[in-house]
Every structure is written in structure tokens, then in C-alpha cells.
Design a protein around this ligand. Structure first.
Ligand code: UD1
Length: 439
């Protein structure tokens, strides 16, 4: 088992280069199934979710191959299996995209109920409602979701909740359907737009992605494409907050500043200095920041995936902050861990009241899920003494070498193997492929 050991109170300073977006990657990779051709996806983050998903694709008969650490070649010409079993998808929430992609291309799919982070009930009723509206029959039994259709026919679908997953999944299912599909009340997240752009690069006809009405005119077939995915707004936001909480000076590079607007606005409201360039944002702070009130919302609102990291920052702000989580019903579980680091927090349903303290103090804390884990890292960077973060595998799901990036900014952080149970180093998974390429 691995842990992250962090000696806090080091001021972070310097440039951090942001990898491709996890949530775009996990949609774009299955989307390549629709091509019946070869796709090359560039700027992928080398994280466990991407590796697990490409392995799950291989089980379907897709051939995935890392050409280098961040580039995946996906050959979807020989798919021979439409079933993704629990064993291969249990770790990835976004495995439900295999459903939309397989259904779209083969009119049949069978995928185990997804795993991923646990912060309350994570229904997929809107995905199912949309598949059915397109003409599929969907049955959920024995932990599997089975979808089948003779034909998929475009139609108008109104999503009852703004759902990133349902919006993307229905785009995947509709691109090869007959006629026009209109998705209303669609999610507007950058990774929704990125997935639409990728599909269009393969010959799809999708308009309106990034607004709440998306129009998909079905085409007969798609072709292969080389596509570079967008930078990760959540990784960027996490490192911006790491800079702010250590009263440092951190420049996150290789990003799209527009995607960061809600985070930038909140940091400014707290009193941090934020300098924006074409493809970077620099965050400087020289003292304790001020408390704020915060509510998570679908894009362009403040992202729920930044809520835990922001709570860590607010736990050392001057004054009382009120945080309202409006996307997930149970996303404050990690507060128990934050309290172990000395934060003063009261949670009542979807609202957390954070009384800022002058200083956090190191403790052993658990990464309860991916972003909760990131929040523990951020908090530990500011805490007095050495913190130990367990369950690092959650952090590895979504951050590529977070500790390496933080170390290069001046953090005292190391990954420590704490028992004889050894994890296969992630680089090794790549070696055979790289060797093959060199030969
Ligand atoms: C995606 C992100 C996740 C992020 C979330 C919200 C990926 C892989 N994951 O998750 O990191 O926290 O968006 O920004 O991109 N809902 C329903 N019925 C449905 C689907 C969703 O009621 O069929 C509800 C959910 O319970 C939740 C809200 O809609 O309250 C938003 O969920 P959704 O946007 O679908 O989240 P994911 O796509 O799973």
C-alpha cells in the first residue's frame, strides 16, 4: 500500500504543467468505438482511470496501444464482444459511456453497473430514459445494464436534471441514429464540448455543444481521427488552490483560462491575486485569505469536483464560510478527515459551515475518494508537521504524478510504500508497449 507523506508549511512557487482532462479522456476513449477505424488520442493524462478504461476496451476486441505516455492509438475495427463485465469496469464510473458507444454502433450493449467515487446515489435514469426515447429497450438486471434496439431513431429528449454523463452518453448513442436528435437541458461542461468536437472530427454532425440545446443530425458512419483533448480544469484548479493555501506563487500552464472562471472568481473574492494569460493562470497570495460563501452548480457554475479542495482552503481562511453542495447529495463525507487536520466544520445535509482556523496540524488521514483525496493533499500542504495520506489509489485515478508536480513547486511530499503488498509501478504497464514501439 502506498501513502503520501507531506511535511506542510512549505511555500509553493513555480510553474505547473497541466495534463489532459480526465473527464474528457474517459468520454473520448469509448467514443472511438463509433469509428470502426483507427483513432489517435493525444494529451491523455496517464492516470489509472485511462489505463483501466483502455483495458476494458481491449476486452471488447478493441486494440488500444499507448504510443507514448500521453497518446493512445485505438483500433476499433475488430470489436467482437458487446459485454463489459463488472470485473473490467468496477473501478471506473465513466464505464457507462461504453453503453452509449456500443449501442450507437452495434445497437446492442451490456455493461456492468459502474463503480467510481461514492458520494451518494449516482442514478443513471436520464441515460436510460434517453436510450429508450431513441428506440432502445433497456433492462437492468443482475448488476448489468442491457440495451438493445432494432433501429435508433432521432428524437427530442429533455433531461430532467443537468447531467454530464447523460448528455455525453446520448450524444454517443445518437450520432449514428437515423434523423435528428435534440437534447434539451444538456450539460455545458468543457468535456461535453470536447467529446462533441471529437465526434465531429470523426464525421459526426453535432451542433450546440456548450449550450443547453444540442442538435445531433445522424450520419451513416464515422471515420478515424487524430484528436488532442483539452487540459484538465480540475487538476489546474487543485494546483491553483495548492498555491493559495501555501501563500505561494504558482503558475498553472497549458490550460484554457476560460474554463477556470468560477474558480478564479472565488480566489479573487477571497483576496488572492490572480493573473491570467492566454494559456496560463498565476495565483499569488501573501497572507491568510478571506472567507466566502460557495455553491456548487453545473458549468459554468463552481464545479462540485473542486468543492473539497476549496473547503481545505477555506478551513484556513479568515472568518466563516458557508459551502452548499447542490450537485451531489453526499459529498461532505471527507469533512471528518479534514477535521482530523484541525479544520472546524459543521455539516448539515448539503451545507457545510467552515470556521477558518489560523493553522491546520498534521495527521494521518484517508483519501475517501478522488477529489476528497486531493483536498487532503492541499490541506496537508498547509498543515504544521508531517501528514500521512492513505488510500492514495483514489488520487491516482485522476491525477498524474501529483506529488511530482507538487515537489517541483517546492512541496515536501513523498510516496511511501508502507507494507509488503507491492503495487506494480504504473510506468511498468507502459514498458512492453514502448519497447515494441522502439523495436
Ligand atoms: C460527472 C463527472 C464527475 C462530476 C459530475 C458533476 C465524469 C466522468 N464525471 O459525473 O466528476 O462530479 O459530472 O459535475 O465526467 N443524475 C440523475 N440521473 C442521471 C444522471 C445524473 O439524477 O441519470 C444526477 C446525479 O445524481 C447528480 C447530477 O445529476 O446529482 C449530476 O450528475 P452527472 O452530471 O450525471 O454526473 P456524472 O456524469 O456521473
Amino acid at each position: 500500500m502506498e501513502q503520501l507523506w507531506i511535511k506542510g508549511e512549505r511555500r509553493l512557487q513555480g510553474d505547473a504543467f497541466i495534463n489532459g482532462a480526465k473527464n474528457a479522456a474517459v468520454a473520448v476513449i469509448p467514443a472511438a468505438i463509433l469509428a470502426n477505424d483507427i483513432c489517435i488520442i493525444e494529451n491523455l493524462p496517464y492516470i489509472d482511470d485511462v489505463i483501466s478504461l483502455s483495458e476494458a476496451m481491449n476486452e471488447l476486441g478493441v486494440k488500444t496501444e499507448f504510443l507514448d505516455r500521453h497518446t493512445l492509438r485505438i483500433d476499433s475495427r475488430n470489436i467482437n464482444n458487446f459485454q463489459a463485465v463488472y470485473e473490467s469496469v468496477k473501478k471506473i464510473r465513466a464505464s457507462y459511456y461504453l453503453l452509449g458507444a456500443l449501442l450507437g454502433r452495434y445497437k446492442q450493449a451490456e455493461v456492468a453497473f459502474p463503480g467510481g467515487c461514492n458520494f451518494g446515489v449516482r442514478p443513471i435514469d436520464q441515460h436510460i430514459k434517453g436510450f429508450e426515447a431513441l428506440g432502445a429497450e433497456v433492462i437492468v438486471e443482475h448488476g448489468m445494464i442491457r440495451a438493445k434496439a432494432d433501429r435508433l431513431i432521432g428524437t427530442s429528449i429533455y433531461l430532467d436534471v443537468v447531467s454530464v454523463g447523460a448528455t455525453i452518453n446520448l450524444m454517443l448513442a445518437a450520432v449514428l441514429a437515423e434523423g435528428t436528435t435534440i437534447l434539451e437541458n444538456a450539460a455545458k461542461e468543457p468535456h461535453v464540448v470536447d467529446t462533441a468536437n471529437f465526434l465531429n472530427s470523426m464525421g459526426a454532425n453535432i451542433k450546440g455543444a456548450g449550450t443547453d440545446v444540442i442538435r445531433i443530425i445522424g450520419v451513416e458512419k464515422l471515420h478515424g481521427s487524430t484528436y488532442m483533448i483539452i487540459p484538465d480544469q480540475i487538476e489546474a484548479g487543485t494546483l491553483m488552490i495548492a498555491g493559495a493555501i501555501t501563500q505561494g506563487d504558482v503558475k498553472v500552464c497549458n490550460i484554457i483560462p476560460k474554463h477556470m472562471e468560477s474558480v478564479t472568481a472565488k480566489l479573487q473574492e477571497m483576496g488572492a491575486e490572480v493573473i491570467e494569460g492566454d494559456d496560463f493562470i498565476r495565483v499569488r497570495s501573501t497572507g491568510r485569505l478571506n472567507s466566502i460563501h460557495l455553491k456548487t452548480l453545473p458549468y459554468p457554475g463552481f464545479p462540485t469536483d473542486m468543492q473539497p479542495q476549496m473547503s481545505a482552503l477555506l478551513s484556513v481562511a479568515k472568518g466563516t464560510s458557508i459551502i452548499t453542495e447542490s450537485v451531489w447529495e453526499n459529498r461532505f463525507q471527507y469533512m471528518s478527515e479534514l477535521k482530523r487536520l484541525g479544520a472546524q466544520v459543521k455539516v448539515e445535509g448539503r451545507v457545510a459551515v467552515v470556521e477558518g482556523v489560523e493553522r491546520l496540524s498534521a495527521a494521518e488521514v484517508s483519501a475517501l475518494d478522488l477529489r476528497a483525496g486531493a483536498a487532503m493533499v492541499v490541506a496537508a500542504l498547509a498543515a504544521q508537521g508531517e501528514s500521512k495520506i492513505t488510500n492514495v489509489q483514489y488520487i491516482d485515478r485522476g491525477y498524474e504524478e501529483l506529488e511530482v508536480k507538487l515537489r517541483s513547486l517546492g512541496a515536501d511530499i513523498r510516496r511511501v510504500q508502507v507494507s509488503s503488498e507491492k503495487k506494480v509501478p504504473r510506468q511498468r504497464i507502459l514498458e512492453p508497449v514502448l519497447e515494441k514501439k522502439i523495436i
